[in-house]
Design a binder for this molecule. Structure first.
Ligand code: ADP
Ligand code: MG
Length: 230
């Protein structure tokens, strides 16, 4: 579908880490393009650069060369202020660790980013509640993260990643710490909600069952992404 909006366009992306006189070339002229609504999975060996790629797309790490263009803006040329806005409005991020605020309830953890993205209190709480319901956590929404299981925390993290209505969701091994059953639940939720809300998703995973459900699948190898066949 050539008339689809391009959400992410990466050209000749390079990442070099310099440590004690040594140069480590992690990403080597990597190219990638994603259209709106595409569900993409990235697999690859540990240390191959998957997190580095996601962190650069999300503006958490700096590219050494090339361009990352997301939603028509060049991410690696943004000021800190622009990056904050970009992350608040354009991105949803999920990591292996949940990063929920420990002193806040599940509801507040989902509600706060919506508020920061500019929604009214009423809108934000309605949105947060409906997303917690969508991830099966409505009856736990007044619980603190410490009162939830690992899988439940990640379900809250999935709800949080969607609450600002992002264009692009970056998920870095979100099921990496979970038992197989919870991993399947969280993975399926991520896929089904992304589809339902028309979100573009990049999911990094080691879980082959989960990877098989991606629409486009890439292998990170030798600093580049290679598309895998169906
Ligand atoms: P993956 O997510 O695929 O397991 P990463 O993107 O985390 O891989 O890391 C890719 C490589 O970059 C690894 O070899 C790692 O040691 C190296 N690396 C990551 N961050 C840094 C850093 N801040 N300084 C030096 N090397 C780093
Ligand atoms: Mg990683």
């Amino acid at each position: 579908m050539s008339d689809q909006k391009i959400i992410l366009s990466i050209k000749n992306l390079e990442k070099v880490y310099r440590t004690s006189g040594e140069e480590l070339s992690i990403l080597k002229k990597l190219n990638m393009e994603l259209c709106q609504g595409q569900i993409c999975v990235v697999v690859g060996k540990s240390g191959s650069g998957k997190s580095t790629l996601l962190n650069i797309i999300g503006g958490l790490d700096k590219a050494s060369g090339g361009t990352v263009c997301a939603g028509g803006l060049v991410v690696n040329e943004m000021s800190e202020k622009q990056l904050v806005k970009f992350r608040r409005n354009f991105l949803g991020m999920i990591f292996q660790f949940h990063y929920l605020l420990k002193d806040f309830t599940a509801l507040e953890n989902v509600f706060l980013p919506a508020l920061m993205a500019g929604m009214s209190k009423k809108q934000a709480s309605e949105k947060a509640e409906s997303l917690l319901e969508a991830v099966g956590m409505k009856d736990r929404m007044y619980h603190l993260p410490s009162e939830l299981s690992g899988g439940e925390r990640q379900r809250v993290a999935v709800a949080r990643s969607l609450v600002n209505d992002p264009e692009l969701i970056l998920a870095d091994e979100p099921t990496g710490n979970l038992d197989p059953a919870s991993a399947e639940t969280v993975g399926n939720l991520l896929f089904s909600l992304s589809r339902e809300y028309g979100k573009t998703l990049i999911l990094v995973t080691h879980d082959m069952n989960l990877a098989a459900k991606g629409q486009v699948r890439y292998l990170m190898e030798n600093g580049q992404l290679r598309e895998l066949g169906v």
